[in-house]
Design a protein around this ligand. Structure first.
Ligand SMILES: NC(=O)c1ccc[n+]([C@@H]2O[C@H](COP(=O)([O-])OP(=O)(O)OC[C@H]3O[C@@H](n4cnc5c(N)ncnc54)[C@H](OP(=O)(O)O)[C@@H]3O)[C@@H](O)[C@H]2O)c1
Length: 200
């Protein structure tokens, strides 16, 4: 499912155009799963947007929360009870290492990712005793349409990121951070910001 058509034609592939912010998204996802019939093995929530903060027009911020966080909540609401009933399945969410980043440039992106990471990992703890896995993948910079900033340290290709997702499908960790070197950079960059916040 995605907002735009995928342009992929294959007998084993079916594409459904859907907007996770639309009131009908919950019903659309339910219909897709009902039509498949078989138990749901894997759901990857990769939907995401991020915009720089514009203090004169903050509509992007509410949109970012609706897309990144509420969309994941609705997806979990539909897929997790089915997986729990089947005692199998795996939900993966693509969060970000921005989940621990506080700054004035795109606060809704990092806040929505903080919410995603916290939700996914809590859900993972609740689900694992029922045979259902939930994984929080925290990428640094991946070379896609989204990574528009001028500074993109240790950026990885979309193919490399896909391999990381593939590995997580097999190993089913609760949290996977990639690449870890970004975490060190972010930790160092957080120190002066933390001091500024403490002193203000
Ligand atoms: N790229 C990075 O550096 C990076 C780093 C860390 C984490 N991530 C996370 O990885 C995930 C995938 O991002 P990406 O890099 O692949 O970015 P992307 O190429 O921009 O892909 C984002 C996807 O989300 C879909 N989408 C956006 N709004 C939607 C909506 N309202 N309803 C349904 N689908 C919607 C887009 O569909 P349309 O194209 O049809 O609009 C697109 O397929 C995101 O959650 C992102 O936050 C990315």
């Amino acid at each position: 499912m995605a907002r735009r058509d995928a342009g992929i034609a294959h007998e084993r592939y079916r594409h459904v155009v859907a907007d996770v912010r639309a009131p009908e998204f919950r019903a659309q996802l339910t219909d897709v799963l009902d039509s498949i019939g078989a138990p749901l093995e894997l759901c990857v929530y990769s939907t995401g947007i991020g915009h720089p903060l514009d203090l004169a027009d903050m509509t992007h911020d509410a949109d970012t929360f609706a897309t990144n966080l509420t969309g994941l909540g609705i997806t979990a609401e539909v897929v997790i009870p089915r997986m729990i009933a089947a005692k199998r399945g795996h939900l993966i969410g693509l969060s970000s290492q921005a989940d621990r980043w506080i700054d004035g440039d795109a606060p809704s992106y990092s806040a929505s990712k903080a919410g995603m990471s916290s939700y996914l990992e809590g859900l993972a703890l609740a689900c694992r005793k029922h045979g259902v896995a939930v994984t929080n993948i925290r990428f640094g910079f991946v070379d896609t349409e989204m990574a528009k900033s001028d500074i993109r340290p240790f950026i990885v290709s979309a193919e490399r990121a896909a391999k990381v997702v593939e590995r997580c499908i097999r190993s089913r960790p609760i949290r996977h951070t990639f690449p870890r070197r970004i975490a060190v950079l972010l930790w160092l960059a957080r120190i002066p910001r933390g001091i500024r916040i403490l002193l203000s």
